[in-house]
Design a protein around this ligand. Structure first.
Ligand code: ZN
Length: 476
């Protein structure tokens, strides 16, 4: 690619806070990207990780540091990154807004969250993208990135203002919430996205197959008498769209022998994969070295369609919770790195919208506050996934997809991190949730690992209200 090509950088918006001078004493430092897995103390100063060492030595050099003794024994991870959330601003702030979403994110250990474009109105032009990011600069306690729409008004007909959106700093392009039916539009979007250096994030759904479906089509939908959404509603369009990707890659290879596929931002990223058939297609595409990456949600990794028998509206999700063989295939792909990252698809809905008959409820579950504990308790503790792969999938991997710097515990890095008490087992209740909405697929479930503190740019953004006897406070 010509080095002179104009490639605007993504804008990460954050309310500034005075950096703090803090010592995290005797914690377990864990960052697979820099091979860190040991006990130690960590000093934060001027927004960065200033030193790692023993408490005594660090305090001798920095006697004025505030010592966060209640974090002793916690694991400290590079902060989590969610590349798929619905922040509901503008237009649906009764469900969630930038402040409440960033509160929920910080409470879940996240330091960076990307908001989808399917707001009201959709973010399909530069001025609106800039407006959202300006708002985030005022209220967001974690870094917020904005995704721009692929098509004008998300109608799938006319391409949105790609260059204008890129200049406003969008991190990617997506019509998420709706499928792209028009292959010429997808082809054009991939060409533009490739020259801008941002990925297209794809929501795969054949609307004719999914039409009026409420859950996975299988034995359980038959038993419950609910109209099903077959797996082919996802894998069908995926097979087709991968051929479009292949065409764009071949075209670009003809024009530019130095095609940026190795290690760079992918052209295409597959959102919330849910079926074994999709995993098979992804494996083949990766084997063919197509520039494609993928994400999976915690609920698709942990929950199955049998749970819909309880008619809990929070389990009405799109794509739907699938069968056990799908869940197993998604997990295997995540373990192997064929699926790159975990994304929450955090989709807040107000109680008056969700607390209606199952058939009438909107799709979606919130997920920012339960992602780590659900996956740690449900997969790592059970021996199904390593802690290092989980932390990578929650932090560095989505940054590789988006082409942004990953949080790191290396000395000199920005202090974007979270502290988690891995020993705490807890049951998710509505009282634990910090966002505006309560529609969590994990309500009532036991999870393990509790985020105790989240720090962004060296300032505490969340600290869990503590038991008597220590100085922690919530909602810093
Ligand atoms: Zn989607």
């Amino acid at each position: 690619m010509d080095a002179t090509v104009h490639r605007p950088a993504p804008r990460l918006a954050l309310r500034s806070r005075p950096p703090e001078h803090l010592l995290l004493p005797d914690v377990h430092l864990f960052d697979p990207a820099c091979g860190l897995d040991r006990r130690g103390s960590l000093l934060v100063r001027d927004g960065v990780i200033a030193a790692i060492g023993e408490t005594g030595g660090l305090l001798a050099d920095a006697p004025e540091a505030v010592v966060l003794s209640h974090l002793g024994g916690c694991h400290v991870f590079p902060g989590f990154v969610d590349m798929h959330a619905h922040l509901r601003t503008p237009g649906q702030e009764y469900k969630e807004d930038l402040a409440s979403a960033s509160c929920a994110a910080a409470a879940g250990g996240y330091v960076l969250v990307a908001g989808m474009a399917n707001t009201d109105p959709p973010v399909d032009g530069g001025p609106l993208a800039s407006w959202v990011l300006d708002q985030a600069d005022q209220v967001a306690d974690v870094m917020l990135a904005q995704v721009g729409a692929v098509s004008h008004d998300l109608r799938g007909e006319v391409l949105s203002e790609f260059w204008e959106l890129a200049d406003a700093g969008v991190v990617a392009f997506s019509d998420d919430g709706r499928a792209l039916r028009d292959l010429d539009l997808l082809l054009t979007a991939l060409r533009y996205a490739g020259s801008i250096g941002r990925p297209v994030l794809l929501h795969l759904e054949d609307e004719s197959l999914a039409s009026d479906g409420m859950m996975h089509e299988g034995a359980w939908s038959a038993r419950l008498g609910l109209r099903g959404i077959p797996g082919a509603a996802e894998s069908g369009p995926l097979a087709r769209d991968l051929e479009v990707l292949r065409a764009v890659v071949e075209e670009r290879a003809l024009r530019s022998p130095a095609l940026e596929t190795g290690g760079g931002v992918p052209l295409l990223h597959l959102q919330h994969l849910s079926t074994a058939a999709s995993v098979r297609l992804l494996r083949a595409a990766r084997a063919a070295r197509l520039p494609v990456t993928a994400e999976v949600t915690p609920h698709h990794l942990l929950l199955g369609d049998d749970l819909v028998a309880g008619f809990d509206q929070s389990l009405k999700i799109n794509p739907p919770l699938r069968a056990e063989e799908d869940r197993a295939a998604l997990l295997a792909a995540l373990v192997e790195g064929v699926i790159d990252c975990v994304a929450t698809d955090h989709a807040p809905h107000a109680p008056h919208e969700k607390e209606v008959p199952f058939e009438d409820a909107p799709f979606g579950s919130i997920g920012l506050e339960t992602a780590f504990p659900a996956l740690y308790g449900g997969l790592v503790e059970m021996g199904s996934l390593s802690l290092s792969r989980l932390v990578d999938a929650l932090s560095a991997a989505p940054c590789r997809v988006l082409g942004v710097a990953a949080p790191s515990l290396e000395v000199g890095s920005a202090a974007d991190l979270c502290a988690v008490d891995l020993a705490e087992e807890w049951e998710v209740t509505t009282a634990d949730l910090h966002g505006k909405s309560r529609n969590s697929a994990f309500l009532g479930r036991r999870v393990r690992g509790r985020v105790v503190m989240t720090m962004v740019k060296g300032a505490r953004r969340f600290e869990r209200a503590a038991e008597a006897g220590n100085d922690a406070h919530a909602g810093v």
